[in-house]
Design a protein around this ligand. Structure first.
Ligand code: UTP
Length: 477
């Protein structure tokens, strides 16, 4: 007998066979006789993780989209504080103070999601390992680690990092952080946990696709998988045991993000919100960002592809877009709220996407289609918003907060080059605001461990009046 409970001539376990028959998915055991015991074990583990009733519902289309046109017709702008401080019923300075106090009290932890496939970027490693520093070549992981170290120093606390991977990125991410000595954060403060997967099914037949004789075609269950993964990995318990009740959520691909932003955290606290989301003002109606709107008293996101053109184009009396708030996937969430969501299996719906997925045919031959042949199922983190009490919105200025690394250089937008330019641009502004002239065309990059904001930069550079050549302000020892 082996770990799968099978000797070489044994049939597959009877209860599993029954479940597969009931679900009309028995074909996945087609290669059973050719598999060694280890391979059988792998396949059984994957199959036993599947909720076949749920899968049948998804295949049958029970995840069908809501009527977005109807929702959009009732959508109104969200309750928000704008980047100029207007819109809130409280003083923004009080909110900032509350945010800073919460960080200093050790109530805040960070979640970075890094389980995506990064298909569009075309980089052969987890996206967090992508070198993004315009002069330093720091990776995205280093970029955030430096910011966390600087934030911890500023507030005199330790801030745990919960880093989500997927089976696609897990081993390499673990190895990277271990080899780089947890980038200075301390291994006890970095928890790397793996999200779940969902199987892909054939778009025409609803049959599970096999990636190989001993494996289904599995892919990460979307960034919404964070909720369940945080819970089952014990990260929510870890947070609670450290006295943390607020988690700042970011995605690994936006180096401009203001991690642990006291303004964002402060507005979240003062508004009594369970989930607060940072947004940017949309520049034009059809911009490819999710639209953060209110519908029937709940905050929600309507994807750009689901917002009817004429509604997207509506303007208010001041000539601004009426539905102005664009999602940048930066959220603050209460730990008890996440526990509640994790406990309710249906808190997040699955979305279906038609994707080209390689699979093996009946003869075991690998087929790599060029066009979509499969349905994949993903959950989205922002689907938590309608369930959050007093969900709230805080506007950030796009040039200072959002430069996602999505596409390979050469694409028209969201490229590494564009992100590097945005970093240089922001840091040139910081130097100017600190009273230091930067010659035209000069690149600068400021490590937050040199200065975390303009005020600190001013102190560090007292006596410096100009920068004449490219300069990386490296961490102070
Ligand atoms: P995207 O949806 O932009 O996907 O993820 P991606 O993997 O970066 O790139 P493409 O679409 O394959 O080109 C946004 C963020 O959510 C994370 C990603 O790692 C990224 O930080 N994510 C996405 C997960 O952690 N898990 C998922 O299942 C999906």
């Amino acid at each position: 007998m082996n770990s799968a409970g099978t000797a070489p001539n044994d049939p597959p376990p009877a209860p599993l066979v029954e479940r597969l028959q009931a679900a009309d998915q028995s074909h996945v055991l087609r290669f059973w006789d050719q598999l060694d015991t280890e391979a059988r074990g792998r396949l059984i583990t994957q199959l036993e993780a599947i909720d076949f009733d749920q899968l049948a519902g998804l295949i049958a289309g029970q995840d069908d989209k809501p009527d977005f046109a109807a929702l959009a017709s009732r959508a109104t702008p969200p309750p928000a504080v704008r980047s100029d401080g207007t819109g809130a019923a409280w003083n923004p300075a009080d909110a900032r103070r509350a945010g800073a106090e919460a960080i200093a009290a050790g109530r805040v932890g960070v979640v970075i999601v890094a389980g995506g496939q990064g298909t569009r970027l075309g980089f052969d490693h987890p996206k967090g390992m992508y070198p993004i520093g315009p002069l330093s070549d720091r990776t995205l992981f280093e970029y955030f680690a430096d910011l966390l170290i600087a934030t911890q120093r500023r507030y005199g606390v330790s801030i745990p990092l919960y880093l989500m991977t997927s089976p696609l990125t897990h081993d390499e991410t673990l190895a990277y952080w271990a080899e780089h000595d947890y980038l200075g954060l301390g291994s006890e403060n970095v928890r790397i946990f793996c999200q779940g997967t969902m199987p892909a099914v054939d778009a025409k037949t609803g049959k599970l696709l096999l990636a190989s004789p001993d494996s289904l075609s599995l892919s990460p269950d979307g960034h919404g998988g964070t909720v369940r993964a945080l819970s089952v990995s014990g990260c929510l318990d870890d947070a609670t045991s450290r006295g943390i009740d607020l988690l700042c959520y970011i995605q690994v691909d936006n180096p401009l993000v203001a991690l642990c932003d006291p303004d964002l955290i402060g507005h979240h606290l003062v508004s009594g919100s369970e989930m607060t989301t940072q947004v940017v003002r949309k520049r034009y109606p059809e911009e490819k960002v999710g639209n953060v709107v209110m519908v029937d008293g709940a905050l929600r996101i309507i994807e750009y592809s689901d917002l009817p053109e004429e509604i997207a184009a509506q303007r208010n009396e001041a000539g601004e877009l009426r539905l102005w708030a664009g999602n940048i996937a930066v959220h603050v969430m209460n730990v008890p709220f996440l526990r509640r969501a994790a406990a309710s299996a249906d808190a997040l719906p699955f979305h279906r996407a038609n994707k080209a997925t390689p699979f093996i045919d009946d003869q075991g031959k690998l087929i790599s289609p060029d066009t979509p042949n499969s349905i994949k199922f993903e959950r989205f983190i922002f689907d938590l918003l309608p369930d959050a009490e007093n969900a709230f919105v805080v506007e950030a200025v796009a040039d200072r907060a959002f430069a996602p690394v999505k596409n390979a250089d050469g694409a028209p937008y969201d490229t590494p080059q564009r992100a590097r330019e945005a970093i240089v641009h922001l840091h040139r502004d910081w130097l100017r605001d600190a009273g230091v002239a930067v010659a035209e065309g000069i690149k600068v990059e400021i490590n937050p461990r040199f200065a975390i904001d303009v005020a600190e930069l001013k102190q560090r550079l007292a006596g410096t009046t100009s920068i004449e050549r490219d300069h990386y302000f490296a961490p102070l020892q």
